[in-house]
Design a protein around this ligand. Structure first.
Ligand code: 44T
Length: 912
């Protein structure tokens, strides 16, 4: 316990304290003693109150008592958290930060609580502050890198690096201002660039509003750095809340905005502009009236947009949005019927679904095939308030498109042209060299919808809840109609004898009434969960590795044979999200028990899927595959209340296999992986295994401008003449996630190299840094080191996170100072794993400084040894050892222990 029993040295000041202070000193000293005593007794709440009193009365003790105070705070916060006293918890942190406003450990710890409660922006703000105070604070770094995207989304960098876009906006703004629009409002200011353009072009009054707090603060910094402080009024609010004259004195003549997403309307531009026309803009120029002075009318940049669409075949989209396999890992999936992703435009889509997702078509692994020519889906004039208001009440428009290419209909892809004014426009089309993604409207349905040239697709275009929706409702072939909205598979081509396309279309639509019984209930899984379910290789390898282990355990097992059959083998799957592994194990158990009396099989599998729908899918699949209900349990159903979590199981039973979910879809190792492995290992029976047993991290050197562009504003030149980069680049993070390495535009500068090995059967919490020499195979600038994982289930079976079928993306460390190399050079990579976050630095071998001080390396090794000894206690004793697990590495670790204890408790099989 830090400092708890040491007495403070008397300071000079207190020796000279006047007599009237003696009563206070007495109180301080007694409270301090009480605090220490309570801390010793683990009465953290009382200890905390005493410390508060002491430090408020005698701030000079802050240095001396800081460690104990933090420790008390973190322990008390854990208790408050487990009691659900969230408001009290945050009140305590607020008090603590009043005493220690620049304490990075407290800030970071509060950030972690905020993050877990779902306050992501606020959490990110705390991590950022902690990191500013101590840039090398590993816990804050890891936390910040994981959430920086919430604070400043990565596309800000892309947009600022997109010179074409910047230039066209500048031209359009200049033209409008010089043409007489003298009062300007920038809606969704971001870094403030468009407002600054207007000011520079000579606008008399410029206002800007921005709803994100971080972006607002950034815009203020940027505007001040460009000597425009006081000349542009920036408001931290949503434009919809702005009022005249409260926020701006009078209506403006120009609104500039780029509040558009890949689906055009997703950032709310329709509502934003309707409100702006009603409340913030001068009246529009009426086309029937003679032209009025630009200073008396209002206008908007962009002036309008045209939306285009195209039907595509794309395997990558398909496997993320629909179930594409009929069996995996020995399980027949027929029993479950239709499963689709939460992206749906169908009429019965509810709140849990989004109408579209976004992808850069040109970067989809495996590519895509256009099935129709691009078609015009919608035109919208942002300078016509009536048109904007009418948009959502507008009739659904129906289009009939001719299929030009044979293929499977997987999605409608959508992009647009943004008309800034009559002369300047931006396009987000897939073939454009821009940073824009396209909106993807996947086709849902239980089976592939094969189309061929000459078929016609019936597409409905509408605007509901301010989202643009495109829905392919039917395919018409040779006068027959295949409805896609209520299709249950099989041959449902309705007959339609008309040959005239117009008649054909109308009668096709007439046949589109919904089936009165409605379609069968379809299940929903997240896109990454669906891609995982579709990954046959992954399940096959798990099945093989589990089978090997379970067969061996069955053979080596003596043990009591009860009346119900042999003592079962316990398998725990602690995967996050939906997972079939527990069911695969239970299913294997049936075969292993073949011949015995037990109808239940040899395996009791425990799944940690939480969602009711997920449990239903697993139950249906169990039923469909002959797995009895008793063989599959939902672990979290046993933990009904907090007290159950804290109850200590008395059973002696241990697990035969524990399946850990090691890598997040984004390409990073899961947080707390090492701790989970350490604990998990202690809960294994003799001969039991953790899956995976080992993870090997691979990486290679690449030159990729794209990765640089997405991580920071590049180049030394000011952006449109403004000084912006140094401010926004504070939010640069050196790790790029959700990367599709197979389609990244880049040059490979080396072969893949083994960077690191994590041995989960023998985990460390701190590994010493490792150095790898990589031979350069091509000349260029090393700008990034993409990395991925080979997940070894056992000696024989493994899965890679970098494969066509994988549901994982890759990640990359981006080097802001590229390393110039020529073929034949050697690059020294220093790879450090702290908890579950990887840092990589690269130097050229000949000018490489000594990358690590020897003493530091020794320290790390020494720490490892100590931790290992603790972790290696025999299983029977570990129960107790883990309960008293008390981390010593500061706030982050302290808050972890609570959850780890929870995990430990959660992971014991229940009493039998
Ligand atoms: N993403 C494009 C969206 N805002 C672009 O807080 C293209 C995505 C994209 N502020 C890859 C590439 C790209 N009042 O800071 C944001 C937002 C703010 C408002 C005040 C309002 N009514 C609003 C609405 C939004 O405006 C800023 C820009 S919004 C989206 C821009 C590069 N992935």
């Amino acid at each position: 316990m830090p400092n708890a029993t040491t007495r403070p040295k008397r300071s000079r000041r207190s020796r000279r304290a006047p007599r009237e202070d003696s009563a206070r000193n007495e109180l301080v000293s007694r409270s301090l003693e009480s605090a220490q005593q309570c801390l010793y007794n683990q009465d953290y709440g009382t200890a905390y109150v005493h410390y508060l009193l002491v430090l408020n009365l005698e701030p000079l003790l802050k240095d001396f008592a800081k460690e104990s105070f933090r420790f008390t705070l973190f322990k008390w916060a854990e208790e408050l958290d487990s009691l659900g006293r969230i408001q009290d918890l945050f009140d305590c942190y607020e008090q603590a930060l009043e005493l220690f406003p620049v304490d990075e450990v407290i800030l970071n710890s509060m950030g972690e609580h905020l993050f877990r409660m779902g306050f992501r922006d606020e959490a990110a703000g705390h991590f950022h502050k902690a990191l500013k105070l101590r840039p090398d604070f590993p816990e804050a770094k890891e936390n910040f890198y994981r959430v920086a995207n919430w604070l400043v989304e990565r596309w800000h960098f892309l947009m600022l690096n997109d010179r074409g876009r910047n230039y066209k906006y500048q031209l359009a703004i200049q033209k409008a201002v010089r043409g007489g629009c003298s009062t300007v409002l920038d809606i969704g200011a971001g870094t403030g660039i468009l407002g600054m353009c207007a000011k520079k072009a000579g606008a008399a009054e410029v206002y800007a509003c921005e709803l994100s707090k971080t972006m607002y603060e950034l815009a203020c910094e940027v505007v001040a750095a460009n000597d425009m402080e006081g000349r542009i009024k920036i408001l931290h609010m949503k434009s919809l809340e702005m009022e005249i004259p409260k926020d701006i004195p009078k209506r403006v003549s120009l609104v500039v905005t780029e509040t558009v997403d890949a689906g055009l309307f997703g950032e709310g531009i329709i509502e934003t502009l309707i409100h702006a026309w009603n409340h913030l803009l001068l009246p529009p120029q009426n086309s029937q009236d003679p032209p009025a002075s630009p200073s008396e009318t209002g206008r908007v940049i962009p002036a309008g947009a045209t939306v285009f669409g195209m039907a595509v075949q794309c395997q990558e989209i398909r496997r993320h949005h629909r179930l594409c396999v009929s069996a995996v890992g020995g399980l027949d999936l027929e029993a479950v019927g239709e499963i689709h992703s939460p992206v749906s435009c169908s009429a019965d889509a509810d709140d849990s679904t989004e109408p579209y997702t976004t992808e850069r078509l040109s970067r989809l692994p495996g590519g895509y095939t256009p099935l129709t020519s691009p078609f015009r889906a919608l035109d919208i004039d942002f300078n016509d308030p009536q048109e904007l208001e009418g948009l959502c009440s507008r009739e659904v428009s129906r289009l009939s498109l001719t299929v030009t290419q044979e293929g499977v209909l997987d999605a409608l892809a959508v992009w647009f042209q943004l008309h800034l004014d009559e002369e300047n426009s931006l396009s987000t089309a897939p073939q454009e060299k821009t940073c824009w993604e396209q909106a993807i409207y996947p086709i849902q349905g239980p089976q592939d919808c094969a189309v061929k040239p000459g078929d016609r697709l019936l597409v409905e275009v509408s605007c509901k809840d301010a989202y643009l929706r495109l829905c392919c409702v039917a395919v018409v072939r040779d006068g027959c109609v295949l409805r896609l909205d209520s299709w249950e598979g099989g041959d449902v081509w309705g007959s339609d004898s008309a040959s005239n396309p117009e008649v054909e279309l109308c009668s096709a639509l007439a046949g589109l009434q919904t089936d009165p019984d409605g379609p069968l209930e379809a299940f929903m899984l997240e896109c990454s969960e669906l891609a995982l379910l579709n990954n046959t290789h992954y399940h096959q390898n798990f099945q093989a590795a589990l089978n090997k282990l379970l067969t061996r355990l069955k053979e080596t097992r003596g043990g009591p044979v009860t009346a119900e059959g042999p003592e079962p083998l316990y398998v725990l799957d602690v995967s996050e999200g939906f997972s079939l592994i527990s069911l695969i194990a239970a299913h294997l158990g049936l075969h292993l028990a073949a011949g015995s009396e037990s109808g239940c099989g040899l395996v009791r599998a425990y799944s940690s899927v939480e969602k009711e729908q997920h449990q239903t899918i697993l139950r249906l699949l169990a039923q469909g595959n002959g797995v009895p209900v008793e063989a599959l349990e939902f672990w979290l159903n046993h933990v009904e209340d907090d007290s159950a979590v804290l109850q200590r199981p008395t059973t002696e039973k241990l697990w035969s296999a524990i399946v850990l979910d090691c890598v997040e879809t984004c390409g990073l190792l899961r947080q707390k992986l090492m701790e989970k492995a350490t604990l998990g290992r202690c809960l294994l029976e003799d001969g039991g295994r953790i899956f995976p047993e080992r993870i090997v991290i691979y990486g290679l050197l690449v030159e990729s401008d794209m990765l640089l562009q997405e991580s920071a504003v590049q180049g030394r030149e000011p952006t449109l003449g403004f000084n912006i980069a140094p401010f926004i680049n504070q939010f640069t993070v050196p790790i790029h996630v959700f990367l599709d390495l197979s389609t990244l535009e880049c040059t490979y500068l080396s072969e893949p190299a083994e960077l690191f090995t994590l041995d989960l059967m023998n985990t460390h919490n701190n590994y010493p840094a490792r150095e790898i020499m990589v031979r350069v195979t091509a000349s260029g600038r090393v700008t990034a080191v993409p990395f991925w994982y080979q997940i070894h289930l056992d000696e024989e079976w493994s899965v890679s996170t970098f494969s066509q079928e994988s549901h994982w993306k890759q990640a990359a460390v981006v080097l802001q100072d590229p390393l110039c190399v020529v073929a034949g050079d050697t690059v020294r990579l220093t790879v450090q794993l702290h908890k579950s976050s990887l840092t990589i630095s690269a130097t050229k071998e000949q000018d490489a400084p000594v990358a690590m001080e020897a003493s530091r390396a020794e320290d790390v090794v020494a720490m490892d040894t100590a931790k290992e000894e603790g972790a290696a206690v025999p299983a029977a004793k570990v129960e107790g050892a883990t309960l008293t697990y008390s981390p010593t590495t500061g706030g982050a670790a302290v808050t972890e222990s609570c959850r780890l204890e929870g995990f430990f408790m959660d992971s014991m099989p229940p009493n039998t």
